[in-house]
Write a protein that binds this ligand. Structure first.
Ligand SMILES: Cc1ncc(COP(=O)(O)O)c(C=O)c1O
Length: 431
């Protein structure tokens, strides 16, 4: 079988999958080890046709897939991949650019800088920030903290108790001291007791993981400026929503940040992985990472080597998929999709509010609703387990003020009002 024929089959497989994904159970209905048990323990001695890979994908692997592309995936934050992005990902693998120096991947390097600038315009960032792409927000935050420590010569990180664990993990990996600030009634970082004299970086969150609350970035930026502290803003989820002017209030003060992360693989419909990391201090950022051994020295004038802006050397052609999504959806397409997610979340929120026996647990800003059945934590946990086991929907949970809380996060391109209605029906039945 030729590459072309296998390729047609693979694209047919992808198209069929996307058509039927809504009929599959969202959460994989397997137990740990089930998939492994069906796979050979050793690699094949003889070459096999690609058709055998496709067959096993269907027969063995698919039952073990939790379907992030499913319209009723409401857990965590959505990470759905748009079709232009899927195709571009295949083309990026075809080119297999390895972008450590400009000369090893001129198109990849320049397109990456361009798409970061495009998105910066779309979400209202100031001119002149350097943006590049890391794999995930975890790496972006790690990189930002490395730059902060290098620039300030300090070793303390401050974030709120609602910051993502990526900040804790980065601080731990770097051997930095982490100080967690308490949050207020609306789950925002409290700034009244912020003392930053010895602090390298504050990680402020716009759209926290538990509730999508928004830290008071203007006040935090003020304190950071006064004490020479690096301000890193984690807008991994909510940053994409800034394409909509009516949601831009959440970015107030972000123009004063030293670095910012937004995951295009979350709410910008770009396939995993595509985390956009900008800095307003590109020279300091580069100083923190630039290390050019003899064998990587070149005579290219004025080139940008993106490996000098982050932890890794070899970099994938990630910008291609984001470029494809931005072009094939357009700014208006992105805005329409974000607005639809927010509208559906608002609808769901209204149903919960109006239903006796259920309560909302946090103010909704974007497309995440935090709610619970009035009753014990155990009852709510049982509801979650029941609906997830049904394969009908997939939701996740958090803990707020000591109570177990259900989260329904909308952001999948394929989710419709019908899907949200089915989620509510499933939850009420389970309750
Ligand atoms: C606010 C926030 N920051 C960081 C992350 C970590 O993202 P990643 O999986 O890209 O490292 C998440 C994940 O949901 C998040 O919600």
């Amino acid at each position: 079988m030729s590459f072309r024929e296998d390729g047609h089959r693979a694209v047919d497989w992808a198209a069929d999958y996307l058509e039927r994904v809504g009929d599959l159970p969202v959460l994989a209905q397997v137990k740990p080890g089930d998939i492994r048990a069906k796979l050979p323990a050793s690699p094949p001695e003889e070459a096999e046709p690609f058709a055998a890979v496709l067959r096993d994908l269907d027969e063995i692997l698919l039952p073990g897939v939790t379907h992030w592309q499913h319209p009723r995936f409401f857990a965590y934050f959505a990470a759905s991949a748009a079709e232009p992005g899927i195709l571009a990902e295949m083309l990026a693998a075809t080119l297999n650019s390895v972008g450590f120096l400009w000369r090893t991947a001129p198109a990849s390097t320049e397109l990456e800088l361009l798409v970061c600038n495009w998105v910066a315009q779309l979400i209202g960032l100031p001119d002149g920030w350097h943006g590049h792409i890391e794999d995930t927000a975890s790496t972006s935050t790690l990189a930002a903290l490395i730059a902060a420590r290098h620039t300030t010569g300090r070793n303390v990180v401050v974030c709120s108790e609602h910051a993502h664990s990526a900040a804790d993990k980065a601080a731990r990996m770097l051997g930095m001291e982490l100080r967690k600030m308490p949050s207020d009634d609306a789950f925002r970082m409290r700034v009244d007791e912020l003392r930053l004299e010895d602090v390298a970086a504050v990680v402020a969150t716009v759209g926290t993981t538990s509730t999508a609350s928004v830290d008071p970035v203007p006040a935090i930026a003020e304190r950071c400026a006064a004490s020479g502290t690096w301000l890193h803003v984690d807008a991994a989820y909510a940053g994409s929503a800034m394409v909509c002017p009516e949601l831009r209030w959440a970015f107030e003060g972000v123009e004063r940040a030293d670095s910012l992360v937004v995951n295009a693989h979350k709410w910008m419909f770009t396939p995993m992985d595509c985390s956009l990391l900008w800095t307003s201090r590109s020279a300091e950022f580069r100083n923190a990472f630039s290390l050019v051994p003899e064998f990587l020295r070149t005579s290219d004038e004025g080139e940008v080597n993106l490996s000098e802006y982050g932890p890794v050397l070899g970099r994938r052609f990630r910008s291609l998929k984001l470029w494809a999504v931005l072009r094939c959806y357009g700014a208006e397409g992105l805005r329409a999709r974000i607005r639809e997610s927010v509208r559906l979340a608002e609808l769901f929120e209204g149903w919960v509010r109006d239903e006796p026996g259920w309560e909302l647990c946090a103010q909704r800003h974007f497309s995440l609703v935090c709610f619970r059945r009035e009753g014990s934590d155990e009852e709510n946990e049982a509801i979650l387990e029941r609906v997830n086991a049904s394969g009908e929907i997939f939701i996740s949970h958090t803990r707020l003020n000591g109570r177990y809380v259900l989260r329904l996060a909308i952001g999948n391109d394929r989710t419709t009002e019908y899907d949200v209605r089915r989620a509510w029906d499933a939850l009420r039945d389970a309750g």
